[in-house]
Design a protein around this ligand. Structure first.
Ligand SMILES: [Zn+2]
Length: 109
């Protein structure tokens, strides 16, 4: 399978190829076939890359290659990647910032 349709992930810049799942959704796969992956992909008669999950009762077929879903390895934008913490919200007018008060008091000692 030649991959002239390799694209770069917009989040991490890695090489990915797009496939269409059995549900008709687009799924990015790591561009290089990966024996550790769990997605079987092949080109259908029109050249569209089709992807499906490999499960015990539907093992990899000879015409398919095993790929890793890019979401499993993407280095950018995943929910579990560390993010910049949100700055504390400003207190409403009339509400004393007790943490700042205690910090000032502690420094004054
Ligand atoms: Zn990525």
């Amino acid at each position: 399978m030649t991959d002239r349709d390799v694209r770069q992930c917009s989040l991490c810049g890695a090489d990915v190829v797009w496939a269409i799942t059995a549900a008709g959704k687009r799924q990015p796969l790591n561009a290089t076939p990966d024996p550790a992956g769990n997605v079987a992909a092949h080109r259908d008669g029109t050249g569209t890359r089709r992807a499906r999950a490999v499960v015990p009762d539907r093992p990899l077929m000879g015409f398919e290659r095993l790929y890793m879903p890019h979401a499993a390895t993407c280095a950018g934008g995943l929910p579990n990647t560390p993010r910049t913490p949100t700055p504390p919200r400003a207190l409403p007018i009339g509400v004393a910032d007790m943490n700042a008060y205690r910090a000032r008091k502690a420094r004054a000692r």
